[in-house]
Design a protein around this ligand. Structure first.
Ligand SMILES: [Zn+2]
Length: 347
């Protein structure tokens, strides 16, 4: 068991102490979040702006892959209220609300309204929240992960729009540098969420041991999630060099949903999340047959599956970055401001 995993367990115990039985800071270990961002960078084609390949920029994007988990280490309930549910969605809880991936509103607040409406229409189906065990006031939310990804895509497109406009219409050196720094920040942080969705346990109520009826006799061990996040991968020694040769060039994210309206990315994101959720039971089966033990040849059976998930996350991230940059329009309002400034006063 690697030292990072030990560290994770220690952090989890601290949070247990702090929050009772809260959904904990469960996520790919930092090393594997970094790996997803780094592999996504390698997927960017040669015509993507070259500044992205500078060593300091690449390191910054890799570092930012861990930022949303650092937010989770803070006790502030307002931060935890919004941040915690952004790391997962329990798709198997949606039927309880009469919802499916196809009927979810692409708008975050409308989705919360959908949840609230279902709860008010049939309160008996939803046990009342115990406020003493819900200091973040979010325990009832089945997750916000797809909304966060779709919103970050829009943020990134906006950032690229500003950057293109500064570059084309007389932005100063400082303005261009600042706009690039903004793009780097959004790119790095959003990589966290896309990688979270590639960990199938972030898409299910069975996120940390099987819950409820269990005819297959899957593990109910509450260390399962942490083992998938990093313990196993550390034990088998997965390194970025094992995967970098398997990354394809980034392409339009819209190719994932031909015929989709390009109004917002949410349906594409949901398609990606649903696809990853298909791996939930596969993980439990692998565990049951010893494929996640890391011991002997049989214990390496999970290696290819989890490597594939890390690659899926990286490709999705690269496709999202690439598409946001390619399709970012010029910001006509900013363009007019720059024209007025530069026309009137010169540069
Ligand atoms: Zn996370």
């Amino acid at each position: 068991m690697g030292s990072a995993f030990t560290l994770l367990l220690r952090r989890c115990r601290w949070l247990l102490f702090l929050l009772g039985t809260s959904r904990l800071a469960l996520a790919w270990d930092y090393e594997f979040h970094r790996m997803v961002n780094q592999l996504a960078l390698r997927s960017l084609p040669a015509d993507f702006p070259s500044w992205i390949r500078e060593a300091r920029t690449a390191e910054r994007i890799a570092f930012l892959a861990g930022e949303p988990d650092r937010w989770r280490n803070m006790a502030d309930p307002t931060l935890r209220h919004i941040n915690s549910p952004e790391h997962f969605i329990d798709l198997d809880d949606l039927p309880l609300y009469g919802l499916t991936p196809a009927t979810l509103s692409p708008f975050r607040h409308e989705y919360v309204g959908q949840l609230t409406l279902a709860r008010s229409q049939d309160p008996a189906r939803f046990p009342g929240a115990d406020p003493t065990r819900d200091p973040e006031h979010n325990r009832w939310i089945p997750g916000l992960l797809p909304w966060r990804i779709a919103e970050d895509y829009a943020r990134l497109q906006s950032t690229f729009s500003s950057l293109k406009t500064y570059e084309l219409y007389g932005g100063t050196t400082d303005e261009i540098a600042n706009a690039r720094a903004n793009a780097i920040y959004v790119m790095g942080v959003m990589g966290h969420y896309i990688a979270d969705a590639a960990q199938p346990l972030h898409t299910s109520k069975h996120y940390n041991g099987w819950v409820g009826p269990n005819p297959e006799g899957y593990t109910t061990n509450r260390t399962f999630h942490g083992w998938i996040d990093g313990g196993y991968l550390h034990k088998i020694g997965l390194k970025i060099g094992d995967l970098s040769g398997r990354v394809r060039a980034a392409r339009s994210v819209w190719e994932r949903l031909p015929g989709a309206s390009h109004e917002h990315l949410f349906p594409v994101v949901m398609g990606y999340v649903v696809q990853q959720s298909e791996g939930v039971e596969r993980l439990y089966q692998l565990d049951k047959t010893g494929g996640l033990s890391g011991d002997g040849p049989a214990g390496l059976a999970g290696r290819e599956f989890l490597s594939g998930q890390i690659l899926r996350g990286s490709q999705m991230l690269g496709d999202v970055w690439f598409t946001a940059w390619k399709t970012a329009p010029t910001d006509t309002f900013l363009q007019s401001q720059l024209a007025r400034r530069n026309g009137g006063e010169g540069k």
